[in-house]
Design a binder for this molecule. Structure first.
Ligand SMILES: [Zn+2]
Length: 83
């Protein structure tokens, strides 16, 4: 390999914020720890479970915006069903 051309490929510890797991992998990332929000052991695609993946309060913002409308709609539907 040519000197000073290739990024250093080294062992890094990956820390997952989603499930708190840590594992080692090899990467060219700077530093020796890699912080991720979600990993293969907690991503819904791999777990097969439905889970809310909330990034920076997006769900909260959505509910603030549409939560009232949705609740009203549900109420109307319930009234229709009861009648
Ligand atoms: Zn994880």
């Amino acid at each position: 390999m040519k000197e000073g051309l290739h990024p250093s490929y080294h062992t890094v510890t990956v820390h997952c914020a989603g499930c708190g797991t840590e594992f080692e992998t090899r990467s060219t990332a700077a530093g020796d720890t890699l912080r991720v929000e979600i990993c293969a052991s907690c991503h819904p695609f791999f777990t097969g479970k439905q889970k809310l993946v909330d990034t920076a309060g997006r769900v909260e913002r959505f509910q603030k915006k549409f939560g009232k409308q949705l609740a009203e709609r549900k109420e109307k539907q319930a009234q229709k069903a009861a009648a």
